[in-house]
Design a protein around this ligand. Structure first.
Ligand SMILES: Cc1ncc(COP(=O)(O)O)c(C=O)c1O
Length: 309
């Protein structure tokens, strides 16, 4: 997705012009990946732009900071206000939101304590190519030869930059092989997740997804889909999934802030179910979009309106 400059970026407590949000080339994070971030969306709703699961995303950002020991000087409430202010300043109806916390310029060496902790929030439009078709037709995935990090190597539950070296290797290999996306296995060979998405399977009317112990990021969209499944009376099991489950599932889909609810139509060249969005995926996807777009009762309080909060 090519970036198009927007008017403002929130930078350590104030809104600055987009092009002024710059870092020095010797900033710690560029060398040692000492950064954590979030990916959030605001949807256009009848009440104006609304941030989807703002509270859960900001909470995860604070958890990521804690896990990788980045002392953050802004509170949960500060960051929620900053996100709303940035969207309002950029005049967006719908956008992608990228908060970033990182070790900046000051000293070099792996141990970063002398470097400041800088915070930025950018908001910009995110239009997926062939979005409507992908959401209906689905994508082709391939199991990666790269494994997800073992639990005692890197913290999969933190959304930290270093983890995305693993993601980039997996999705790069998948593209080279002609797939849209990778399915990555955990260190024990069980299904973990995609490069930037959680994974669900449907078999015999039951929804299945790997647990947090399978080296996944605890996705905010994943939690919403689990809640929607409960609301719709779809039985759910969170359990380790052997790779071959991918080949015999009736339906499969990815979830994520960017992926939303994207059907998987094949894995390793084997067609999943009927080779397009299945009926359970469709129900979950429709309810997800209806809530996100403010067209269905927001009974779990997932929408945070930008104006008049
Ligand atoms: C590795 C990884 N897994 C899963 C997800 C899905 O998480 P969410 O639904 O919170 O966007 C993401 C995206 O943030 C991710 O990067």
């Amino acid at each position: 997705m090519k970036l198009v400059p927007q008017p403002k970026i929130w930078w350590n407590g104030r809104l600055v012009p987009w092009e002024q949000a710059q870092v020095h080339v010797l900033s710690h994070a560029l060398h040692y990946a000492s950064s954590v971030f979030e990916g959030i969306r605001a949807y256009a709703t009848p009440r104006g732009p609304a941030v989807f699961c703002l509270d859960a995303h900001v909470t995860r950002l604070l958890h990521s900071c804690r896990i990788v020991r980045l002392p953050l000087r802004f509170s949960h409430a500060d960051l929620c206000t900053a996100i709303r202010d940035t969207i309002a300043a950029n005049g967006q109806d719908a956008c992608y939101i990228r908060p970033l916390v990182f070790r900046g310029y000051g000293a070099l060496g792996v141990f970063p304590d002398e470097c400041p902790v800088d915070v930025a929030i950018a908001t910009f439009p995110w239009q997926k190519k062939d979005e409507a078709a992908l959401l209906e037709r689905g994508i082709d995935a391939g199991v990666s030869s790269w494994r997800r990090m073992a639990p005692d190597t890197l913290p999969a539950m933190a959304k930290c930059a270093g983890n995305y070296v693993n993601s980039a290797l997996a999705v790069g290999e998948a593209r080279d092989r002609g797939f849209h996306e990778a399915v990555v296995l955990d260190v024990d060979g069980f299904v973990s997740e995609g490069s930037g998405q959680n994974l669900f399977l449907v078999q015999g009317g039951r929804l299945m997804t790997p647990p947090v112990g399978s080296s996944i990021l605890a996705g905010v969209t994943r939690a919403c889909v689990l809640q929607i499944a409960a609301d719709l009376g779809v039985p759910v099991v969170e359990q380790r999934l052997p790779r071959e489950m991918l080949y015999i599932a009736d339906e499969a889909f990815f979830t994520g802030t960017v992926a939303e609810v994207t059907p998987i139509r094949s894995v390793d060249g084997l067609v999943v179910g009927a080779g397009a969005r299945g009926p359970v995926t469709k129900r979950l996807q429709e309810r997800f979009f209806a809530i996100a777009r403010g067209q269905h009762d927001d009974r779990h309080g997932w929408l945070a309106p930008v104006r008049g909060a």
